[in-house]
Design a protein around this ligand. Structure first.
Ligand code: ZN
Ligand code: FE
Length: 258
């Protein structure tokens, strides 16, 4: 099976639109539906017909385009079972353990509550692809808007357990501001320092910093480094539990004026 084509583009102000396309079958999936007009324009430009919409969570900036896109293309909509009522328009409501497929490829559903309580991530193991919405970001993680820190931590650990060479697509281009915070708590991390130089160059050229990989995030994302001695010491939490270090990091990021 040939690889899927992936097209990623910015829409709204800092949301990513992502389209997956299988040339053999013509199947095309949108990951989330942030912006009907932007997604329709990209589909038209590429000559792709939307067959599937895969929704990660209920926030408006991920579902606002859903009714219009579904009506225009008749696409099959997959979304989180726990948020199906809020989102509407869902044909296949899924939760962890459910097996779905896209263009003949297995798609695994992971429950990753924390940013929202029903948030899901989608993993295509054969393609080494993961779509994590607003749970994990490059050098950061989503705000804990509905869940508790322990839930978010468990969700991040679950995502971090995917194979290191998995390409990770996230809901937003937040990497530069995330990285400034990361340096403030993990400033001696050489891998982080090097990565931030690349991130700054990409953003200066108006290029996206995503996708990332699981291995890159494990090495540089402070929220996945809550067990690293350097981070714990920086926070004065050398002997604290990882989940408590994570909760403190998340609070510090909320208050960070970078
Ligand atoms: Zn969100
Ligand atoms: Fe979002």
């Amino acid at each position: 099976m040939a690889n899927l084509s992936i097209h990623q583009f910015i829409c709204r102000s800092d949301n990513f639109g992502v389209l997956l396309h299988d040339a053999e079958t013509g199947a095309t999936a949108a990951i989330d539906a942030p912006d009907e007009a932007a997604i329709s324009a990209e589909l038209a430009r590429l000559g792709w017909h939307l067959t599937d919409i895969l929704i990660t969570h209920h926030h408006l900036d991920h579902v606002e385009g859903l009714p219009g896109l579904k009506a225009t293309y008749g696409a099959r909509v997959v979304g989180p079972k726990a948020e199906a009522g809020k989102i509407g328009h869902i044909d296949i409501a899924v939760e962890e353990g459910d097996a779905i497929s896209f263009a003949g490829r297995a798609v695994e559903v992971l429950d990753v509550p924390g940013h929202t309580l029903g948030h899901i991530a989608l993993h295509l193991p054969e393609e080494k692809l993961a779509f994590v919405g607003d749970t994990l970001f490059a050098l950061g993680c989503g705000r804990i808007l509905e869940g508790a820190p322990r839930q978010m931590w468990t969700s991040l650990v679950k995502i971090a357990g995917l194979p290191g060479d998995t390409s990770v697509y996230c809901g937003h281009e937040y990497t530069l501001s995330n990285g400034r915070f990361a340096l403030s708590v993990d400033g001696d991390n050489e891998a982080l320092i090097e990565r931030m130089k690349e991130v700054e160059a990409l953003r200066a050229a108006d290029k996206p910093t995503l996708p990332t990989t699981i291995a890159e995030e494990i090495a540089t994302n402070p929220f996945l480094r809550a067990s690293a001695a350097a981070v714990k010491q920086r926070l004065g939490m050398a002997s604290a539990a990882e989940v408590d270090v994570f909760a403190r990091l998340r609070q510090m990021k909320n208050d960070f004026k970078g």
